[in-house]
Design a binder for this molecule. Structure first.
Ligand SMILES: *[C@@H]1O[C@H](CO)[C@@H](O)[C@H](O)[C@H]1NC(C)=O
Ligand SMILES: *[C@@H]1O[C@H](CO)[C@@H](O)[C@H](O)[C@H]1NC(C)=O
Ligand SMILES: *[C@@H]1O[C@H](CO)[C@@H](O)[C@H](O)[C@H]1NC(C)=O
Ligand SMILES: *[C@@H]1O[C@H](CO)[C@@H](O)[C@H](O)[C@H]1NC(C)=O
Ligand SMILES: *[C@@H]1O[C@H](CO)[C@@H](O)[C@H](O)[C@H]1NC(C)=O
Ligand SMILES: *[C@@H]1O[C@H](CO)[C@@H](O)[C@H](O)[C@H]1NC(C)=O
Ligand SMILES: *[C@@H]1O[C@H](CO)[C@@H](O)[C@H](O)[C@H]1NC(C)=O
Ligand SMILES: *[C@@H]1O[C@H](CO)[C@@H](O)[C@H](O)[C@H]1NC(C)=O
Ligand SMILES: [Cu+2]
Length: 382
């Protein structure tokens, strides 16, 4: 297999490497450290390769992201006046399509293509030669987020927590628009980030629907695609990471669901259960602005590490039964609108995926993005 790109984040992978010949686990261990070993077996089963990123390679990655943030946007100002940089092209596209790419049948495929084109832009437009890293939530759940190499605030991290602000007695209230409310705890930050490679970064777009602790939803006064420069905020929340995105939760999401409908619902959280799944767990553990805004969340550079982990989990799940989960009856389920509201067509292999001004202006179909080593792709996880 020719591999043009391998997704990895060295420091996040402990030294032990599972062999593809280890027997596959049947169910997730409730002991999170055993579950972490189970995940290694499942990932190696899905990839047959291993790789690691050194501190220098991690800096090369964040330098490439800063480079993308320093290049001119392709999005026309008439459409997205707030899109100032090439990086913002991804944020604007995601804002624009949010209600057609979450709780939909194209959720996983759309985000896979979105991430792939982001990685290609880092490589082709910013000279990056490495791979797209991922954030293994299970490791930061075990260590505490601020001790994780992703979030420790060092120059080899994705920048750290936001400055601490007083959020006593406040909680994060999700829901609204007819969805049941979910209460989540606040984190230990809440303010602007002050450390690491992105400490000077400006968030230009959004918010579109930003959840602020205290049951407040914030929307940019002149619309989410308008120019609204502000600092990047985070509110690292270990309690959310450990509750929803520990290693047991990850492995269970790979082993329990038997079709993609159940897989993607477990991952995003079934409305009414109060559970936000590993996808919501990662997003809300990050917190802040734009982290708590479903529309604008790609405006935090850590978004791409979070969604790479989502894609890793999907890949591991697919590889347990490729015939049905890539090509067959269990592979694509759902429609093309958020919880089918308003009602829309079923997603199929023919459903088009466009990422607008992000990427290279080429559209693909769901069928093109079902396998990580076919269609436009050639990558594996390590
Ligand atoms: C941003 O781009 C300008 C002009 O191309 C260049 O001079 C500058 O060094 C770049 N800054 C960074 C941080 O890459
Ligand atoms: C938080 O709530 C407690 C109990 O209702 C109250 O005594 C306290 O004054 C509140 N603290 C703040 C900062 O609002
Ligand atoms: C942030 O900006 C200041 C002032 O322009 C500069 O001195 C500093 O090096 C920058 N820090 C980072 C991490 O880019
Ligand atoms: C949160 O705000 C919404 C909309 O204003 C309101 O309907 C709901 O009752 C509030 N929930 C809480 C717990 O305050
Ligand atoms: C791990 O996550 C699962 C699923 O969210 C949860 O039920 C369990 O309580 C968590 N385990 C720990 C040790 O927090
Ligand atoms: C759409 O999918 C649902 C659920 O799988 C199925 O019952 C329905 O027949 C499908 N509709 C069409 C038009 O194919
Ligand atoms: C997808 O896009 C192509 C080219 O624009 C178009 O011919 C086709 O009808 C679209 N397919 C669907 C299912 O919308
Ligand atoms: C891609 O799809 C979008 C949305 O359907 C459409 O506006 C655009 O023209 C298509 N681009 C190409 C190159 O087919
Ligand atoms: Cu998304």
């Amino acid at each position: 297999m020719k591999t043009t790109s391998i997704l990895a984040f060295a420091a996040l992978l402990a030294s032990a490497q599972a062999s593809p010949h280890d027997p596959l686990p049947k169910s997730a261990s409730s002991d999170t450290s055993i579950a972490q070993e189970q995940l290694k077996i499942l990932v190696s089963h899905a990839t047959y390769a291993w790789s690691t990123l050194s501190p220098r390679e991690r800096i090369a990655y964040t330098d490439a992201v800063l480079c993308l943030q320093n290049k001119t946007a392709k999005s026309p100002a008439s459409w997205a006046p707030g899109a100032k940089s090439r990086y913002d092209d991804w944020v604007a596209t995601h804002i624009d399509q949010t209600l057609q790419i979450h709780y939909t049948g194209n959720f996983l495929g759309w985000h896979r293509y979105f991430l792939w084109e982001y990685e290609q832009a880092l490589r082709n437009e910013c000279g990056y030669q490495g791979t797209q890293p991922y954030w293994n939530w299970g490791l930061s759940a075990a260590s505490g987020m601020e001790k994780s190499p992703v979030w420790d605030g060092s120059k080899t991290s994705m920048s750290g927590n936001g400055a601490h602000i007083d959020q006593t007695n406040l909680s994060v209230v999700l829901g609204g628009n007819g969805l049941p409310e979910i209460y989540l705890p606040v984190g230990t930050g809440g303010g602007c980030i002050t450390t690491g490679p992105f400490k000077n970064m400006t968030v230009n777009l959004g918010p579109a629907a930003l959840t602020i602790p205290g049951n407040i939803t914030s929307i940019s006064p002149s619309g989410p695609l308008s120019y609204n420069p502000r600092c990047l905020k985070r509110d690292l929340t270990d309690e959310i990471n450990t509750r929803f995105a520990n290693s047991t939760a990850i492995v269970d999401n790979i082993l329990s669901p038997q079709n993609v409908y159940d897989f993607q619902m477990q991952m995003q959280g079934i409305p009414g259960t109060g559970i936000i799944g590993i996808h919501g767990g990662g997003h809300y553990a990050m917190g802040g602005d734009p982290g708590r805004d479903v529309f604008t969340s790609p405006g935090d550079p850590a978004f791409y590490l979070h969604h790479s982990m989502i894609d890793l989990v999907w890949t591991a799940w697919q590889m347990l039964d490729p015939e049905n989960r890539i090509y067959g009856k269990d592979a694509i389920m759902g429609t093309n609108t958020f919880l089918n509201t308003p009602p829309s067509e079923n997603t199929t292999r023919e459903t088009n995926i466009s990422i607008g001004w992000a990427g290279r202006g080429k559209n693909v179909t769901m069928g093109d993005v079902m396998s990580t080593v076919e269609g436009p792709f050639c990558y594996v996880y390590a």
